[in-house]
Design a protein around this ligand. Sequence first.
Ligand code: 3HC
Length: 283
Amino acid sequence: MSVKTVGVIGAGTMGNGIAQAFAVSGFSVKMSDIGQEQVDRGRKAIEKSLDRLVSKDKLSVADHGAALGRVEGVVGLDGLADCDFIVEAATEREELKLDIFRKLSDLVSAETVLASNTSSISLTRIAAATANPERVIGMHFFNPVPVMKLVEVVRALQTSDAVFEQVESLTRQLGKEPVAVKDSPGFAVNRILVPMINEACFACAEGIAAPEDIDKVMQMGANHPMGPLALADLIGLDTCLEVMKVLHSALGDPKYRPSPLLQQMVDAGYLGRKVGRGFYVYD
Ligand code: 3HC
């Protein structure tokens, strides 16, 4: 099936990045969120990110305008009924995602592929909430989406071969590299990356080094592009906490228990860059 119009659910950090990636690659995009304010904020973020590409001579002014023009903001799910392909990037809560997929299942045609950008929730359970589970799949992007080349393509138990191949091909059309991973908690990247961030939170709480020094040692001693606490701020501390909770409950190993500091930061609303404060303070 040829894809022309892509629906993206969620205009937050990941959603607006995914919408941008499709729009820059020539797809018409409908970016949906629960309110106009969220949609407008998502469009502004896309505009800013495209501005950055123009200022670095990686995108022409004309292509900037064209890409932005391909992104239509919509409030609620009903406006997505005619999409050929939908990627859900809503908040990382299982009940919310199941509810969205149940509604999409009633709304769109039986051929529309329904992908989720979930970072840790079982695709098999998400697929089971729909009438045509063989067209449900995981398409896990990385932050910042315009820069990161990887997409983990996650097969639910029910996903058909045709849908899997279509998503691999779509990923390549976005200029990204698909890697097939099993439907397992945290898939491959978050299974490895988020426990490292969690460990950095433990180290920080134990006063092993100051937060900026924890980041410095991992940048200078392990050649990471950014330190784990700065990365937690980029990902969102709430997302990191949710991933740890899923790993802990699904795998049952105490080594995955969330750091109490991470929990406290989330309780305080210090969610990272998106709210202007996490381990660091942002403008
Ligand atoms: N939009 C467009 N371009 C962007 C961008 C954005 N939002 N953010 C960064 N860039 C571009 C810059 O323009 C720059 O391009 P250039 O190389 O041509 O100059 C390049 O990316 C590097 O950016 P900067 O020079 O501003 O800053 P850095 O060199 O410090 O790189 C970074 C920033 C790309 C974020 C880098 O620090 C990095 O790779 N960090 C690690 C990110 C990571 O690990 N992401 C995975 C998170 S896990 C996840 O998302 C999964 C989820 O489920 C939790």
